[in-house]
Design a protein around this ligand. Structure first.
Ligand code: HPA
Length: 271
């Protein structure tokens, strides 16, 4: 926490004069609508924020939205950089360090994912309980200092998961938990890789989120992550996978995640 202030923090201070955000959200494919739910928004394009990624994927915006959702002061990152775009696992480090420096204490990540459980199909939302990364070097390779040895036990905060589960029950929403396995992308997995992932204990596969969780835990943020299921894993149903499918099938799950997070951020007990 003795890290020097990230360069983007000064750019934000020049344009945002509201209360310090306490909760940051990173929005995955198809979840951009949550950024539009921010009241009294200050919108800053990633282009104007030094170190922030320049997204290259259609359907991923690139803007930071500061303001309020419900009773919470939030920083919403609409758009993320992926390893598969830049070849760097630490592409989100400046963005994560910036939200920590702004005062955020909690980070909630969302993503689109493939499901390995036939009963949890396209349109479902899943709360991530843990992850498996056998695919990529960690985002802290090459960094120095003892804070690089990040502990990942309970990285997906049990208390915040219980709270999200309670909010989901209150709203009558189904919110199973599952283990997310990272694949490097941008190609989808082979059917053999999906069978291997199931054997290893994964419930979900995706191409993001894991590096951000490590970077956020380094800064001491309390983390939760939600997947919107867009498809079953490769080979689990007849036919192939396409990016167009993963975008079009995400609407139901995205609406569910949006309801859940909007309700959570409006609860009386602050996060
Ligand atoms: N695999 C990896 N990433 C994904 C998938 C998938 O099947 N669906 C959405 N993102």
């Amino acid at each position: 926490m003795s890290a020097p202030p990230p360069p983007a923090a000064a750019a934000i201070a020049a344009r945002y004069h509201g209360p310090a955000p306490r909760v940051a959200l990173i929005l995955g494919s198809g979840l951009g609508a949550l950024a539009d739910a921010v009241a009294a928004p200050t919108v800053i394009a990633y282009d104007d924020l030094p170190g922030f990624p320049r997204p290259t994927v259609e359907g991923h915006g690139g803007r930071l939205v500061l303001g309020r959702i419900g009773r919470s002061d939030v920083a919403v990152l609409a758009g993320r950089g992926h390893f598969y775009e830049h070849g760097r696992a630490d592409i989100m480090a400046p963005a994560i360090d910036t939200i920590a420096a702004l005062g955020c204490r909690t980070l909630i990540l969302t993503n689109a994912a493939g499901s390995l459980r036939p009963a949890i199909g396209p349109g479902a939302a899943v709360l991530i309980s843990d992850h498996i990364n056998l695919a990529l070097p960690g985002p802290l390779v090459g960094s120095t200092g003892n804070d690089r040895f990040v502990d990942l036990v309970d990285a997906y905060d049990p208390g915040l998961r219980r709270r999200l589960g309670a909010t989901a029950r209150r709203l009558g929403l189904d919110l199973p938990e599952g283990v997310y396995m990272l694949f490097p992308g941008p190609n989808f997995e082979t059917p053999a890789e999906i069978r291997a992932a199931r054997l290893l204990g994964a419930d979900l596969v995706g191409m993001s989120t894991v590096p951000e969780v490590v970077l956020a835990r380094r800064r001491g943020l309390t983390v939760a992550a939600l997947s919107v299921v867009t498809n079953l894993g490769a080979g689990m149903v007849a036919g192939g996978l396409s990016h167009a499918d993963t975008l079009s099938r995400s609407a139901t799950g995205a609406a569910l995640v949006q309801r859940l997070l909007t309700a959570l951020l409006d609860e009386e007990t602050p996060l």
